[in-house]
Design a protein around this ligand. Structure first.
Ligand SMILES: Cc1cc2nc3c(=O)[nH]c(=O)nc-3n(C[C@H](O)[C@H](O)[C@H](O)COP(=O)(O)OP(=O)(O)OC[C@H]3O[C@@H](n4cnc5c(N)ncnc54)[C@H](O)[C@@H]3O)c2cc1C
Length: 376
């Protein structure tokens, strides 16, 4: 028997946004610069996300979550990322590409075992698809799995894994027979302490510093039968579905960075008004508004239960480039001060520059959109 479900009305998106803004102002913004400088997220900031219920967003109360739809998730990710992109990305990965896919594809036993602690923030989630030589072309994974008496044995290496060493459960993908393409790929839930699972190297990055990115090495990793997510051969479908949802989350994170960059840009223009600076602000305002509209549309389409692949790709494509272009304008308007290490425009530009790559590059979004709109 689970705990009794509290009979409370769901919170509106505005209430979630306000909750996240308060947390960002009080707990994240004051340490945002040091998160970037030290490339480290204080435990207090991560654990503090529990009490407001952020780790359980999008998970129904019956499963131990805090409810909230995709619009609420996007609002929270935007607010947190406007203060520190590292915090937004940690939560986006935990929710969109780990907790929610387990909720969607897991058995009742898996939902009980994994979703409850994830939604409570007792556990942190991660997603491991990318490999040292395999990124965009996910159908050609080289990480291999075979059967064992107790379940499965995995061997291979996973690269650029967000929340790497912190994660308590990793949704990881491997192929039964590399070369068999999509049909051979299955999804596994790797728990912390699984024999044969190790974190190899921490990867230093241009931006999103403080968001941990690691290589994960699987050496005869022993995964019990009960930790297969979905059925064998369904792994790529699970991964691609998670990534579509993840794109809405990453687009919301990019929107948060774009908004902070816009604030920095406007501040610079107000300090040194000129026609050129006014034009920069006007262009950035339009770009930011368009990015917001695309993120809201993608979230609304998902919440309405309509196909949202195209909306998610458009939002991710546009919002990530909006963040780069507005942060770049903020650097221009600030002049030399804008490129000094630790200056807000400089940090925002480095953070922004990572968004066009994560969860599907720009070219991959164009490919998805082109195929959806034109056909193959
Ligand atoms: C900070 C960060 C965090 C990340 N977190 C995670 C994570 O948690 N889990 C995870 O699994 N992965 C993660 N990744 C990996 C990320 O999703 C991949 O880097 C991304 O999918 C691109 O793969 P790649 O780096 O191998 O580039 P490649 O796929 O090698 O692409 C290189 C270039 O070629 C282009 N290209 C590739 N294929 C095509 C094509 N068919 N048509 C046109 N152009 C093409 C790409 O657009 C890109 O410009 C993370 C990456 C970063 C930087």
């Amino acid at each position: 028997m689970g705990a009794p479900v509290p009979d409370v009305a769901p919170l509106s998106t505005d209430v979630w946004r306000e909750r996240a803004r308060t947390y960002a102002d009080e707990r994240v913004r004051p340490v945002a610069e040091s998160i970037d400088r030290d490339d480290s997220l204080p435990d207090a900031v991560v654990h503090g996300l529990r009490a407001p219920g952020f780790f359980g967003l999008g998970v129904p109360a019956e499963q131990g979550g805090s409810g909230g739809d995709t619009r609420a998730v996007a609002a929270v990710l935007e607010e947190l990322s406007a203060a520190s992109a590292a915090v937004g990305v940690l939560l986006s990965v935990h929710l969109s590409v780990c907790t929610h896919p387990i909720l969607q594809h897991g058995s009742a036993a898996q939902r009980e075992r994994f979703v409850r602690p994830l939604a409570a923030g007792q556990w942190l989630g991660a997603f491991a698809l990318t490999e040292p030589g395999v990124g965009s072309d996910a159908a050609h994974l080289t990480t291999r799995y075979g059967r064992s008496a107790a379940g499965f044995v995995l061997n291979g290496s996973k690269m650029f894994i967000t929340n790497g060493t912190r994660a308590d459960v990793v949704l990881a993908f491997a192929s039964r027979e590399p070369g068999t393409g999509a049909r051979g790929i299955s999804a596994f839930l790797l728990e912390k302490g699984t024999p044969g699972v190790g974190n190899a190297q921490k990867l230093e990055k241009l931006g999103l510093r403080g968001s941990e990115t690691n290589e994960l090495v699987l050496q005869d990793a022993q995964v019990p039968e009960a930790n297969l997510l979905g059925t064998e051969g369904k792994g790529l479908t699970i991964a691609l579905g998670a990534l579509t949802a993840g794109r809405v989350g990453i687009a919301a994170c990019a929107l948060g960075v774009a908004r902070s960059a816009f604030d920095a840009l406007r501040e610079g223009a107000v300090a040194q008004p000129s026609d050129g600076h006014r034009s920069e602000v006007a262009r950035a305002f339009t770009t930011l508004s368009a990015a917001r509209a695309l993120v809201e549309r993608a979230a609304a389409e998902k919440d309405a239960g309509r196909p949202y692949v195209e909306a998610a790709s458009a939002a991710k494509l546009f919002a990530s480039h909006a963040a780069v272009s507005i942060a770049s304008s903020a650097v221009d308007v600030a002049g030399s001060a804008g490129v000094r290490s630790g200056a807000a425009p400089e940090r925002l530009l480095r953070d922004a520059r990572v968004f066009p790559i994560v969860e599907g590059t720009t070219e991959i979004q164009e490919l998805i959109l082109g195929r959806t709109l034109v056909g193959r």
